[in-house]
Design a protein around this ligand. Structure first.
Ligand code: HEM
Length: 378
């Protein structure tokens, strides 16, 4: 059996559309089958799982690996946006199996529910300070430009024990991660990893210093800096986009119940619409479809989330690679809702909700509001 080819639906194409416009591509992909095939931007096919049950199986299937050493040989690593291989750059997102497990064990307690509860006051204080600063300025502020990138980065720097006066450099580094200039992305990774190292100075006592004590023996300083870079980048990119959708709903025309709103918004607008790439280590069969070794496989998170009655959503993934920062992300969204209600009760959108535009750069990247103009003082 062959997987249906849905390349004509252009699932990896850049998109621009209205916030309330439905995404027919996801529905059409799912209608085509539980596992479909589409041409990738880097060339050759990828297999995309659209069925909730198969998706959960794939996310715990050890025959699928994260190591870019197993990416299709024809893929140019830069065009495909690949991380270095696990041998060159061991990380949570390139390792599997016991090595991945050891690294997860080092990270997990630092971002646990208990830790996040203890950190909650600081996250609220950061949201409060940044929104108050914006409210003192122009009557209309674009929160996508002035808040959604800066806030999660400030929280991450604070958590990691990195001086907050470096936040502008962090904002700049994250924006340059999508540079199309030759070597631009590598330079941005270098800048963010260097910034992360500021959390490892002599008297640093944040999460970065704690992680240094917990990582597996033999971890080099460069590898540790890369782990910290990974947290900063993964934590900013996703939360940034989610904040836009969340605040738009909070301040939109329809009355909303804030309890559970963060989770509902994340389900409808998952900032990682696909999982990261996985590759077949050998020839495998998935859902009755033979897939050759070194083939890329994705789960359509956004599509699966939209299937009624499909069980817990996949916004943060599932299985061994489940997002380590999930609790921090939800805390950040809830803190903004609480601060807006308490400190800016008259805040409203400056313009109709339905006119907000959403863009995606394509590939496996998520979408983000182009702008979110808000009157914080009402
Ligand atoms: C709304 C916010 C977020 C969403 C929707 C999200 C989503 C995801 C998803 C879907 C995965 C699994 C990818 C896969 O299996 O291929 C993942 C992994 C990961 N996330 Fe998040 N994430 C968010 C926030 C964060 C934050 C705040 C951090 C850091 C503090 C973070 C750090 C990571 C890391 C390091 C991984 C890799 C885990 C591993 O492979 O073991 N994420 N995230």
């Amino acid at each position: 059996m062959q997987a249906p080819d849905v390349s004509h639906l252009r699932p990896f194409a850049p998109t621009v559309r209205g916030l309330t416009e439905p995404d027919h591509v996801r529905d059409a992909m799912r209608a085509a089958g539980p596992l479909v095939r589409a041409e990738t931007p880097a060339g050759g096919p990828a297999w995309i799982v659209t069925d909730p049950a198969l998706a959960r199986r794939v996310l715990t299937d050890s025959r699928l690996v994260k190591d870019p050493a197993f990416a299709p040989p024809r893929w140019d690593p830069v065009t495909a946006g690949l991380e270095a291989t696990a041998a060159d750059q061991p990380s949570l997102t390139t390792l599997d199996g016991s090595e991945h497990g050891a690294l997860r064990k080092a990270h997990a307690p630092l971002l646990s529910m208990r830790r996040m509860e203890a950190w909650s006051g600081r996250v609220h204080a950061i949201a409060r300070r940044l929104l108050a600063e914006l409210a003192e300025g122009e009557p209309v502020v674009d929160l996508m430009a002035g808040f959604t990138t800066r806030y999660p980065l400030t929280v991450l720097l604070d958590l990691l024990g990195i001086p907050l006066d470096l936040v502008d450099r962090a904002v700049d580094g994250c924006r340059r991660m999508f540079s199309t200039e030759p070597g631009g992305q590598a330079a941005a990774i270098g800048a963010l990893a260097e910034l992360a190292a500021a959390g490892l100075g002599g008297d640093a006592d944040g999460f970065a210093a704690e992680l240094r004590e917990r990582v597996p023996e033999g971890t080099t300083p460069q590898q540790l800096h890369y782990h910290l870079f990974g947290l900063i980048f993964a934590g900013q990119l996703t939360t940034d986009a989610s904040l836009g959708f969340h605040v738009a709903r909070l301040l939109g025309p329809d009355p909303v119940e804030t309890a559970g709103l963060a989770e509902a918004t994340l389900r409808d607008h998952p900032p990682a619409p696909y999982t990261l790439w996985r590759y077949t280590a050998d020839d495998v069969e998935l859902g009755g479809v033979p897939i050759p070794a070194r083939s890329p496989v994705l789960v359509d998170i956004q599509g699966v989330n939209a299937v009624p009655g499909s069980g817990p959503d996949l916004t943060f993934g599932a299985g061994p690679h489940f997002c380590v920062g999930a609790r921090l992300a939800v805390l950040e969204l809830n803190a903004v809702a609480a601060v807006l209600a308490a400190d800016h009760p008259k805040a409203r959108l400056d313009g109709p909700y339905g006119e907000l535009r959403v863009s995606g750069i394509g590939g496996i990247q998520g979408r983000r509001l182009d702008a979110l103009p808000v009157r914080l003082r009402g």
